[in-house]
Design a protein around this ligand. Sequence first.
Ligand code: NAD
Length: 460
Amino acid sequence: MITQSLISEIVSKQRQFFYTGTTKDVSFRIAQLKKLKQAILQYDSEIAEALKADLNKPEFEVYVAEFLMIFTDIADAIKQLKNWVKPQRKGVEVAFLPGSAYLYPEPLGVALIIAPWNYPFQLSLLPLVGAIAAGNCAIVKPSEIAPHTSHVINKVISKIFPREYIAVVEGGVETTQELLQEKFDHIFFTGGTAVGKIIMKEAAKHLTPVTLELGGKNPCIVDTDINLEVSTRRIAWGKFLNAGQTCIAPDYLLVHKSIKEKLLTALADSIKEFYDAHPIESQDYARIISQKHYNRLVNFIEGDIYFGGEHNSEKLFIAPTVINNVSWQDSIMEEEIFGPILPIIEYEDINEVITAINSRPKPLALYLFSNNKNLQARILRETSSGGVCINDTIKHYGVASLPFGGVGDSGIGKYHGKASFDVFSHYKSVLKRGFAFDMKLLYPPYEGKLPLLKRLFGKN
Ligand code: NAD
C-alpha cells in the first residue's frame, strides 16, 4: 500500500515540475494529449478486458461510453488550445483609460482527480484531459471497486507520463483520505453525494477549490404526446446501459395514466429486443459491480413486478426490471437506485409532478418525453436540474459544447470540452497601463476634489 510519505513526495515533485514551466508550453500540452490518445488505442483490448472483468462491460460500450468522450475532448482541445490560452481582451471604464484589460488563463498547479467505479476508465481520464489541456500536473485516483480497470489505468499512464507530471495512485478509501491530507490546487471528484461532502470538508482545510460531480434520482416524465416506440427504446437504452449503473440514467418514470399500459407493453418489447428474452445470456448486458451493491439492489425488487425481477448472486446479475404502481412513499424512491430497476409512478396532473420533483433534491438530469412545446417550456422553466434532455436519455452528456455537471445536491462545477479547460484554469484579471495621463484627482490630499468626483462618477 502506498504510504503518506510517498504521496507527499509525489505531490512535492509534481509541484517542482510544475514550477519548471514545462507544462505551460502549449505544444507540450498538445503532445501529451496525443500521447494519451495513442496509448488508449494501443492498449484498447487490455482496457476492454479489464472493464469486462469489473463490470462485464460489452466491448461496444467500452468504445461508446468509455473512450468516445475522451477522444472527442482530446480532439477538441488539440484543435482549440491555441485559442483557449490566448488572453481575452475586456472593456475598460473611462476612469482607467488609457489602459487595457485582459483575462489571462493560467494553470492551477497540481490537481487531484478522484473517480468512481461505474465508468471507471472514462471518469478517471476525461477530467485528466482538461487538467493536461490547461497545463497542470495531476494525480489520478481510480476507483478501487473496479480493480482491473484501476490497474490498467496505472499501467497505461505510468508508461507514457513521468510521475512528477501525471501519477496514478491506486488504493481504497484510506488512500483517498491520505491524498486528501495534501494541499492540492484543485480537487475534481466524481462519486456519490455522501462522499462528496467528505471531500469538500477535507478540501476546505487547505482552502482547495473542488469540482463535485455527484449523483441523484433523475426523473423521467412521459407525457401522452409521444412516439411510443421511439420513446420506450430510448428509455430502455438509457436505463439498462451498464445495467443501470449510470449517474444520468433515468432513475424512475412518471407516466401519464392514460398512456401507461401501452408504455409498459412497449417498454417490455424494447427490453426483449435489446437483451433477448434471457438477458443473463446476453453478451450486451453488464453485471452489478459488487456483492454489496447487488444485495442493496435486490432489496428493491418487490411489489408489482411488471417485467424482469430475475437475479443471480453468483453472477452478480440482475435482469432489467420494471416495477409498476410505485408510490413516492416506497423505499425505492428514497435513494438513487443506480441499478437496472425501473419504478413506474403514474400521474394525471402535471402540477403534482412538478411539485413532487421540486420538493426533492435537485437531480443531475431530468428527462421529458413530449412533443408538447408548452409542456417542454414549462418543465424547463419550473424545475431545476444539472441538465435536461427532451425526448431522449443520456445523449446530452455527449454534446461537448454543453458543459456537464449538477446543481444543488447533484454537484458543483461543470466540465467537458472547453468547460474542462476552464475548470483547471485560473482566469487572471490583468490591467495594463502606460505612464501618460496620470489622473491626480484620485490622490490625496482630497480637499475640494469630492464635488468633481461626484459629478464624474456619482450619476452612473
Ligand atoms: P463513491 O462516492 O463511493 O466513491 C468515489 C471515490 O471516492 C472512490 O475513488 C473512493 O475511493 C472514494 N471514497 C469513497 N469513500 C470515501 C471516504 N469515506 N473518504 C474519502 N474517499 C472516499 O462513489 P461510487 O460508488 O464509486 O460511484 C457511484 C456514485 O457516483 C453514484 O452516486 C453516481 O451517481 C455518482 N456518479 C456521478 C457521476 C457524474 O458525472 N456526476 C458519474 C458517475 C457516477
